[in-house]
Write a protein that binds this ligand. Structure first.
Ligand code: PEP
Length: 259
């Protein structure tokens, strides 16, 4: 049975009291669920408070970005050591908003991926094409380049600790979801790239998440596809009801009724 991973990216939303309320509501809504991995990624300022509240729960903590150095004169940055210190098990890297607004390159993302692994933090590495690239029939080429360079120089033991997130940029925050078929087509392509590089057994163990306007009413069909192992959820993760419902609807039907 597939064990789905659902990650909430809270982006630049939530003060500390709001984050506390949100995580408490999420915890209450998902506490009976054991067949799904659930991660909340609050903004940096709320990590400490949320970390205390998710300890001993079935919700894990993640961050939305980090620097690749352990420490140093990098004003404004947060290091993997600091994320580990605050209790993060996951970190989102190479989100399209970071690529677009902060000019992050695949080479920089690759350094961050290696640094996260060094600190035993699971990197959730985002790839995905823009609308122009899709319309120019370049989606596969773009994703391959992001895959090759942002995940460069990782051996099988390292790649097994990575989560890949396919997030078509045109579907993020737009309400326009890729159809489950469109998403599966790219996910199976990414699985093929993993197969070619690491072999079938290793490739089969790597989680590939879909992200882009995931909602309670589209998650079920998305995760029913063989190569979609969960979701990276933005907008719908900052309201407890919709995030809880996404988690519940992602469960295999035989256990949905008990949660
Ligand atoms: C995201 O921020 O990673 C995302 C997928 O956002 P949304 O769900 O709002 O499209």
């Amino acid at each position: 049975m597939k064990r789905v991973l659902i990650v909430g990216n809270w982006k630049m939303f939530k003060t500390i009291p709001e984050a506390v309320n949100l995580v408490n509501s999420i915890k209450a809504g998902v506490h009976k669920i054991s067949n799904c991995d659930i991660v909340a990624c609050p903004p940096f300022t709320a990590l400490t408070a949320v970390s205390e509240l998710v300890r001993d729960s079935n919700v894990d903590l993640g961050a939305q970005d980090m620097h690749f150095e352990t420490e140093g004169a990098f004003t404004g940055e947060i290091s993997p050591m600091m994320l580990k210190d605050v209790g993060c098990r996951y970190v989102i890297l190479g989100h399209s908003e970071r690529r677009a607004y902060f000019k992050e390159t695949d080479e920089l993302i690759n350094k961050k991926v290696k640094a996260a692994l060094k600190y035993n933090i699971v990197p959730i590495v985002c790839v995905g094409e823009t609308l122009e690239e899709r319309e120019a029939h370049k989606a596969f080429e773009v994703v391959k380049k992001q895959f090759d360079y942002s995940l460069a120089d990782l051996d099988a033991a390292a790649i097994e600790r990575v989560v890949v997130a396919y997030e078509p940029v045109w579907a993020i925050g737009t309400g326009r979801t890729a159809t489950p078929e469109q998403a599966e087509q790219m996910h199976s392509y990414i699985r093929r790239l993993l197969n070619e590089k690491y072999g079938r057994e290793v490739a089969a163990r790597i989680k590939i998440l879909y992200g882009g306007s995931v909602k309670p009413d589209n998650i079920e069909l998305l995760v029913s596809k063989p190569n979609i192992d969960g979701a990276l959820v933005g907008g719908a993760s900052i309201k407890a009801e919709s995030f809880i419902q996404i988690v519940k609807n992602s469960l295999p039907s035989e256990i949905k009724s008990n949660s």
